[in-house]
Every structure is written in C-alpha cells, then in structure tokens.
Design a protein around this ligand. Structure first.
Ligand code: FA5
Length: 373
C-alpha cells in the first residue's frame, strides 16, 4: 500500500484512475460472463472480487490519495465493486438455473417404465390346497402336527403294526436311507406316508387328541400321470373316549363338503391297512356329475370316469395294537384316522388330469391358480 499522500500525485495511484478501474471492471465482467459453470464462476469471484483482486487492492489505495481526491476515487471504486458484485450475482443465478434444469432433465424418472421386471412368483397350488385342507380341520378344532421326512423305520412301519416280514411293508415301495458304512439300511427311511405322525402325536400329546398333519412323502413309484415319487398327504387322527366309525364318517363328510361342495355324499368300503381296524377306502360322490353319468341317458363324466364316485382317502379306526404301542389304554380310548393325497385332491378339485403338471415347476401352471399370498 502507498504511504499517505499529502500532495496529489496521480502517477503514484494509477490503480485508481478512471481508466484503470474501468479496465478492472471490464476484465471482471468478461471473466464472469465467460464462466461456463459454478466452479469457474467461483474462480472468477476469487480473482475479481476476492481480497487480493485488483479492485480490492485499488480500494486499499484510496487512503493514499490526497483527501480532496478520495471521495471521487471512493465513488469510482464503489461503483466498480458493485458492478462486479451485480454481474456475479446475475451469473450465479443463471448458472444455478442451468444446473437445476440439467439435473431435472438428466434425472427424469420415466413413470411409464415397469418398476419391477422380475415377475413375482406364485405359491404352488399343492401348498395352497394343502393349507386349505388343513384349515378345514383346524376349523373343526384339530391341531397341526408335524414329523420328519427322513423317518425312523420304527415310526413309519413297526409302530404302525407292519410286522418285519409282513408283505405289507413292501406294499409301499420304500426309499431306505443307507447306513454310514454303506449298509443298505440304516433304520431310517424317507417316510412313505404321513401316518408316522400319528405315532409321534400319540406319544407326545395329551389325550384327547385331534391332529392333522400335511406333509411330503416318498415312494419309489415311477413318475406317470397319476403317480409321483414325491407327493403330499394330509393325515388326520382323533383319539378320545367313545369315538366310533360314525365320528370318522362325520369328519370326512364335513371335510368333503367344505372342500368340494355342499351335500356331497361319502362312501366307505372295506379295505386293509395294518394300523387301522376296521379299515376303509373313502370315496365321495363325484362333485361334477353328482352321479348323473351313471344313470341311463346321462352324459359321460371325465372326472369320475362315469363311476359316480371318486376315491379320496384311506381311513379306519386306529388299531388297538397301535394304541397299545403308544401307551394308550384301548379299553378306555378309541381313535380314527384318515390319510389323503394332496395332489389327488388338487387334481379332483381343479380338473388337473396329469400329476406331472404339479411337479414340473412350470410357473404358468401355478399362476393359473392365482397369486395367493
Ligand atoms: C396310505 O398311505 C395310508 N397311510 C392312508 C391312511 C391313513 C389309511 C390313515 C388309514 C388311516 P395309500 O397308500 O392308499 O394310504 O395312500 C393314500 C393316498 O396317497 C392315495 O390315495 C393317493 O392319493 C396318495 N398317493 C399314494 N401314492 C402316491 C404317489 N406315488 N403319487 C401321488 N399320490 C400318491
């Protein structure tokens, strides 16, 4: 900074001349107008309006002028500073508007695009039908029971009164789990039915007992239109004082009505299962033709093959030997049990003609049943 000036000497304070100040303003305005973005404007602000800018330095020189010239120079510098400030503010606003406009254009969201290109899956109808079957029994007061799919042979066969050498044990062709040293049998099988859950329930739950158990079963059956090596059953078991075949029939009737329609009749015919005595094969009146296909002049029915009846379950009164194996007094308690195939129920209810549709995993099959959560 120059020393205080007593006698006016315009050469020493050339920075404050009108031309020089105008030159500073021109330089500043050119730089400001030429700033292409906010970053460049920031640099221009520093260079032309910062503490070290020529105009700031000129401002500092005002004190060096003789008093008579100070007011004039002060006005000149003040006007220059305000012109530069004004240009900066104006350009700042322009560049900010530009930036916002660009951001809006670049970040535009096309709301017409699908938000999720991965279609949601559908729950498998075997799952939803299994749950619907279980719900019907839960509505009648039954509890859900579960058991393992890799099951001890004892639960799957012995406790259910299949003697070791009884042909019934081979009746259901079984996947035996090999032992740790390659022995063909380890005492564990992939359960061939859900009936072992009967045993587990009777051994662990207090009486009276009302349980349903949906789950996966395995048999060495070849995959064809009506058989699958992996399929699902739902088991029902009731153990109480004074239960009879009439109670079994009532439970099955209520279930058939809830699942297939009001007023459908059920039919029990003698059958054999080692764990029930007597045993029955349960059929229901065909829910499509209601028996009309069997009457003279009736149209043929694809669903029941014009038989008028559809087999739906195996059932019976729990064999007293099974009650004894589970520590239950057969003189005081009696029980009934039933087991039905879930795929079979699904096929009957929805007119599916080939069980392979239920195992092949084609989502178009599942989707046709709707998107149940
Ligand atoms: C049994 O498995 C008995 N545990 C049912 C039972 C329970 C009887 C309680 C008495 C008391 P069955 O072998 O008939 O029974 O099989 C029952 C149902 O499972 C069949 O009606 C059929 O719907 C289904 N099922 C059996 N094997 C297959 C298979 N390979 N593929 C699809 N479904 C099958």
């Amino acid at each position: 900074m120059s020393a205080p000036n007593k006698s006016y000497d315009p050469v020493e304070v050339a920075a404050l001349s009108a031309e020089e100040v105008q030159r500073m303003v021109d330089a500043a305005l050119t730089a400001i107008a030429g700033a292409a973005d906010l970053q460049e404007l920031k640099a221009a602000r520093l260079a032309h309006a910062g503490d070290r800018a020529p105009i700031a330095e000129a401002n500092a020189e005002i004190g060096a002028l003789p008093p008579a010239a100070r007011a004039d120079a002060g006005r000149r510098v003040g006007a220059a500073k305000s012109a530069i400030r004004g240009a900066l503010t104006h350009r700042q606003q322009e560049l900010e508007a530009d930036r916002d406009h660009r951001a809006l254009a670049e970040e535009t969201v096309d709301v017409t695009l699908p938000w999720d290109r991965v279609p949601p899956g559908a729950r498998h109808p075997v799952t939803t039908v299994g749950e619907r079957l279980a719900d019907i029994f839960v509505g009648m007061g039954y509890e859900i029971a579960e058991g393992p799919e890799a099951e001890a042979e004892w639960y799957n066969f012995d406790a259910l009164n299949f003697p070791p050498d009884h042909p019934a044990r081979e009746m259901q062709d079984t996947f035996f789990v090999a032992g740790p040293h390659g022995e063909p049998r380890s005492g564990v099988v992939l359960r061939t039915h859900t009936s072992p859950v009967q045993i587990r329930s009777m051994l662990t739950r207090p009486l009276p007992l009302y349980v349903v158990s949906p789950g996966k079963c395995y048999r060495t059956d070849t995959l064809d239109a009506t058989h699958s090596p992996v399929f699902h059953q739902i088991e029902g078991l009731a153990v109480d004082e004074g239960l009879t075949m009439a109670d079994l029939r009532g439970a099955i009737g209520a279930f058939v009505e809830a699942m297939f329609g009001e007023g459908l009749r059920t039919r029990l015919r003698p059958d054999f299962f080692p764990f029930t005595e007597p045993s029955a094969d349960v059929s229901m009146e065909c829910h499509v033709c209601r028996g009309a296909s069997t009457r003279p002049g009736g149209d043929p029915c694809r669903v029941c093959r014009s038989q008028g009846w559809i087999e739906i379950a195996g059932a019976g009164m729990v064999n007293p030997r099974v009650l004894v194996a589970c520590g239950i007094d057969p003189d005081r308690y009696s029980g009934f049990a039933f087991g039905l195939g879930i795929e079979r129920s699904l096929m009957i209810r929805h007119g599916v003609t080939d069980i392979r549709d239920t195992v092949e995993g084609d989502v178009r099959f599942s989707r046709a049943f709707g998107m149940e959560a």
